[in-house]
Write a protein that binds this ligand. Structure first.
Ligand code: UTP
Length: 287
């Protein structure tokens, strides 16, 4: 089953990162030198997706600009040492991949953001990636999920084991085990208290949905946080279609929080031979 389209919702307020996110989406914040959204886009392209759909905010054009050719980065006005970076800068989107930008007029929630892609998606199954969930893995998580996806009427959601005390930050699933990687979802609860959490598996920002999710998003009204919640639409979809959860392999960094973002930068730098030795000495001295 070929899934070509992938939606990147990037229209959130990013209020936990203000003032940095006043005029740029948090998905443009860099881990070392690459914005979060580019890690997500690279993961999608590596998995074979060829139609990228970005749901952006009215006033935030930075993502669109990031994936466009920049004439100011012209070879003639760059010094010799900077020319080495040029191919990397212009490499961003290969020619067989298309990008579409759709405006979400108001940040009414993740569910509402995805609903804006309804026409662009049509009847096809599609993926959703939340770029602030940065996942460091040998094989990209979208590719891992596609390997387990074989029925266009079903959906797959990635999950990870969390501490029960953190359940208030996640959609938490109730499930029946299918095999060591897959579970069939029975119920899902948005941000429950630890006492009410049905398990210690929380949803992480990678999904493959049947287009039926749009009918469900159309039906749900504002839920937790007064936002149109994706979790509520998933709950409705469960009544008619099977939804599986996938335990991905990899390390996930929650770059929607400041501490997660700081840890991600440190972890990526420690893994990078250009910085690791100097950084280790620096951290050791600091401590
Ligand atoms: P988050 O809740 O993590 O992002 O949404 P946020 O609302 O921007 O962050 P805070 O809580 O104010 O700090 C998860 C994803 O959904 C997108 C966000 O951009 C993020 O990628 N989103 C959220 C939208 O595109 N539109 C929305 O209305 C809400």
């Amino acid at each position: 089953m070929k899934v070509n389209k992938v939606v990147f919702p990037v229209a959130g307020l990013g209020s936990r990162f203000l003032p940095a996110t006043k005029s740029i989406p948090k998905e443009m914040l860099p881990i070392i030198d690459k914005p979060l959204i580019q890690y997500a886009v690279d993961e999608a392209i590596d998995a074979g997706f060829s139609e990228l759909i970005f749901i952006t905010g009215n006033t935030k054009k930075a993502i669109q600009d990031h994936f466009k050719f920049n004439p100011d980065l012209n070879i003639s006005n760059l010094t010799e040492d900077k020319k080495n970076f040029l191919s990397e800068m212009h490499r961003v989107i290969p020619s067989h991949v298309s990008c579409k930008y759709i405006i979400q007029d108001e940040p009414l929630g993740l569910g509402h953001a995805i609903l804006q892609a309804k026409e662009a998606i049509g009847e096809d199954p599609f993926a959703v990636v939340l770029a602030d969930d940065l996942i460091d893995s040998k094989q990209g998580v979208l590719k891992q999920m596609l390997d387990h996806y074989n029925d266009e009427n079903s959906s797959i959601i990635s999950v990870q084991k969390i501490m029960k005390s953190e359940s208030i930050n996640y959609g938490i699933i109730e499930f029946k085990e299918v095999n060591k990687d897959l579970m069939k979802i029975i119920n899902i609860v948005e941000k429950p208290s630890p006492e009410n959490a049905p398990s210690n598996y929380g949803v992480v920002g990678r999904y493959i949905f049947s287009s039926m999710i749009f009918s469900m998003l159309d039906k749900v009204s504002a839920g937790v946080g007064n936002e149109i919640q994706l979790t509520d639409a998933i709950k409705l979809l469960l009544k008619t279609n099977p939804i599986y959860s996938y335990k991905f392999s990899g390390t996930r960094h929650d770059c929607g929080t400041k501490i997660g973002f700081i840890k991600a930068n440190i972890a990526f730098a420690l893994n990078n031979p250009n910085y690791s030795d100097e950084l280790k000495i620096y951290i050791k001295n600091l401590l």
